[in-house]
Write a protein that binds this ligand. Structure first.
Ligand SMILES: *Cc1c(COP(=O)(O)O)cnc(C)c1O
Length: 417
């Protein structure tokens, strides 16, 4: 396995690369419930053309590429507007939800240090909060306290209240949380954070480009965004249900002063002044430009249409699952995330991980999660037109696996190698 001594022809290289994809999940057929979110042919086209324009550009230095500075501030402004940010709201684009969260955690730690003199600020999250908060705590060496969720899978604010202390710098809520798709009680979480002088971050990585449009569609959405007074920052991923290709998310702070806590500047290097908005150095312009292009192409009306479709798909999926004896949907998530588990009250005994194996043979891809053992779906516009086929295959798969189990209990949100 050595790099060839002699370079190869373009067509050869591309043919090999295409062949490599044969074993990959067939998201193009709408059979993946997560990971790739398709806004349809014209959204692909505008993203691909923007990507070609910005394939080589570098946002490391917006003096060299002022267009990328403009692209960033416009996308952040539009996003802040959707999240009802005040005029003072300020943010940055990042490479994804994890990086947005890392920036929010860093901002909370630095604010604790500078305003409250707390060196080792602590984080309080529920067990439903994304693993990226634990990764951040690990990277920044911050103690993190994890509290249980209630029976409806939302944050138990009383349990959080017992976990905060005078070193707490960050309390987290999610809109919605990933595992069961329910929206946490953000006003109560923000109030708790305020009571100890901590930041309140709302993780809307998966919901930031759904909930605003669900509300416009007249769905019942609890207030969760900057309209809640005590919310300091929000993360929202354009590369999920914002329908841009991978590599772009937004972190928005309520004010520029709060945003300043996530930036880093260094003036002691022979290479010159080093100003850093997020965790990256050299920074691809491609995802930033595709986000700009996709958002402009869709506009609010385009997003409302995609959200209507997404929620119809998810509602249809939930109804299909709940109608099958032996299965149930966890939580009352009204939105685009669906967790499917065995129904403990049914005499039909289903191992959902064995079920996932059979569904995969038919091309349907779910993440496996737990506890409890469940199959996770992020439903999107990608799945339009396939839900009836899915429910039919699910019904047949249930018959096939009833009473059987698989030894493989591993879950698989993400992988190391
Ligand atoms: C996807 C997700 C993240 C992490 O985002 P990445 O883009 O995968 O880094 C964080 N929080 C929630 C709720 C998510 O769904």
């Amino acid at each position: 396995m050595e790099l060839p001594q002699q370079g190869r022809a373009v067509d050869d290289v591309i043919a090999d690369l295409s062949a490599k994809r044969d074993g990959d999940v067939r998201w193009q057929d709408g059979r993946a419930f997560g990971m790739v979110y398709s806004g349809g042919p014209s959204v692909h086209e505008v993203a691909e053309r923007a990507a070609t324009l910005y394939l080589h550009e570098n946002a490391l230095n917006t003096k060299a590429f002022p267009s990328l500075g403009q692209i960033q501030s416009e996308v952040v402004r539009w996003t802040a507007g959707l999240l009802h940010g005040p005029d003072t709201a300020a943010g940055f684009l990042t490479s994804g939800g994890t990086e947005s969260i890392q920036c929010a955690v860093l901002a909370a730690r630095e604010r604790g240090r500078k305003e409250r003199g707390i060196h080792a600020g602590e984080i309080v999250v529920a067990e439903s909060a994304h693993a990226a908060f634990h990764k951040s705590a690990h990277m920044y060496d911050m103690p993190i306290h994890t509290t249980p969720v209630r029976d409806d899978w939302t944050v138990d604010v009383d349990a959080m209240a017992a976990a905060v202390n005078d070193r707490t710098v960050l309390v987290v809520g999610s809109a919605p949380q990933y595992p069961q798709g329910v929206v946490d009680p953000i006003p109560a979480i923000a109030e708790l954070a305020a009571s100890v002088g901590a930041n309140c971050h709302v993780d809307a990585c998966i919901g930031g480009f759904v909930l605003p449009f669900a509300e416009m569609l007249g769905r019942d959405v609890p207030v969760w965004d900057f309209r809640v007074e005590g919310v300091h920052s929000i993360s929202a991923d354009i590369h999920k249900l914002g329908y841009a290709p991978k590599g772009v998310s937004v972190i928005v702070h309520r004010t520029k002063e709060l945003r300043r806590y996530q930036t880093w500047i260094f003036d002691g290097w022979l290479g010159g002044f080093y100003g850093s908005p997020n965790l990256q150095g050299t920074r691809s312009g491609l995802p930033m430009a595709t986000a700009w292009a996709v958002m402009q192409h869709l506009g609010v009306e385009g997003y409302v249409d995609l959200t209507r479709q997404t929620l119809e798909n998810a509602d249809r999926m939930r109804a299909g699952i709940n109608a099958i004896d032996g299965l149930r949907v966890l939580g009352d998530g009204d939105y685009h995330l669906v967790a499917m588990a065995a129904d403990p009250e049914s005499p039909v005994s289903i191992d959902v991980f064995a079920l996932a194996d059979v569904l995969l043979e038919r091309g349907w891809y779910h993440d496996r999660q737990g506890p409890p053992d469940s199959l996770h779906s992020t439903v999107s516009n990608s799945n339009t037109g396939v839900i009836d086929d899915y429910v039919r295959d699910l019904r047949a798969a249930v018959v096939e696996v009833t009473g059987t189990t698989t030894d493989d209990r591993s879950t698989s949100y993400s992988t190391v190698e």
